[in-house]
Design a protein around this ligand. Structure first.
Ligand SMILES: O=C(O)c1cc(=O)[nH]c(=O)n1[C@@H]1O[C@H](COP(=O)(O)O)[C@@H](O)[C@H]1O
Length: 275
């Protein structure tokens, strides 16, 4: 099934705009998992099982596995999600961006090795660095647009003097993703929950592409303002929270605590939908 169809179906089935980010930081894992050789997998699989009926997507962050030589645990986690939560689309957060020939390898890694449904990409190197991902029919690609971190301003807020209307860089990326770059309807945009005014601006420029919105929870983004700014009946949003859910408890009850926090976040998001 296409990424977008999976997203719509999971969002409707679970009444959810929440994405749980799978960012397993070894020093923050519950003590009961510290000794196991597969503890990144064990931790994330328990979180997946505890939250899969509450989410519209999962977003594993590749760095948390690759940094520890644990790509095999990410592969097992992908298989686990497919087996135990087949209805939930998986966005591999890799933020890749490179020349076409190298991008082909990264696309193969995301979609063939890991079997992701969508991937995050940096658009900085231009359309030919994005195109190889779009060769995979039905797969999604989210372009970084207005990121959640304060340093996002450094480049994304600069005006482009040689583009008509002198838009800011992030506005230009939003227009490209809604229009000329979105040849087969596979593109989405990443916009930080920490900047609701910019979410609204991106939504005005890109009314129908899916928005991946990290930054609620640990980064302090406003869940209700995020929904009001970004959600449209024909423009889905995927609101990611990682640490606030993953580390809701460091005890043996970590999975149940993660579920409670996911329920709370999902409810806040749903409550902000227009009546
Ligand atoms: O692409 C992303 O997912 C992303 C983009 C962005 O602008 N900000 C951002 O925080 N992220 C990712 O979203 C997750 C946020 O984690 P928490 O702050 O713990 O909820 C991390 O995996 C980040 O790498």
């Amino acid at each position: 099934m296409d990424f977008l169809d999976m997203l719509r179906a999971a969002s409707a089935q679970n009444a959810s705009m929440l994405c749980v980010g799978l960012d397993p930081e070894p020093t923050r894992l519950p003590a009961c998992l510290h000794e196991g050789p597969n503890r990144l997998y064990d931790f994330c699989a328990a979180i997946v099982d505890a939250t899969c009926d509450l989410v519209c997507a999962f977003k594993p962050q590749i760095a948390y596995f690759a940094a520890h030589g644990a790509e095999d645990q990410l592969e097992r986690l992908m298989q686990h999600m497919r087996a135990n939560a087949p209805q939930v689309p998986i966005i591999l957060d890799a933020k890749r961006g490179d020349i076409g020939s190298t991008a082909e390898q990264y696309a193969k890694e995301a979609f063939e090795r890991y079997g992701a449904d969508a991937v995050t990409l940096s658009p900085f190197m231009g359309f030919d660095s994005v195109a190889p991902y779009l060769q995979y029919p039905g797969k999604g690609a989210f372009l970084l647009c207005r990121t959640s971190n304060p340093g996002g301003d450094d480049l994304q807020n600069q005006r482009l003097a040689d583009v008509e209307g002198q838009p800011r860089l992030y506005e230009h990326i939003a227009r490209l993703a809604q229009g000329p770059w979105n040849r087969n309807g596979q593109l989405g945009l990443v916009v930080g929950a920490t900047y609701p005014a910019e979410i609204e601006r991106v939504r005005a420029l890109a009314p129908t592409v899916p928005l991946l919105i990290p930054g609620v929870g640990a980064q302090g983004g406003d869940a209700a303002a995020t929904v009001r700014a970004g959600w449209r009946p024909d423009g889905p949003i995927i609101v990611n929270s990682s640490r606030a859910i993953l580390y809701a408890s460091s005890g043996k009850d970590f999975a149940q605590a993660a579920r409670s926090e996911a329920e709370r976040t999902r409810a806040m998001l749903q409550a902000a939908l227009p009546a």
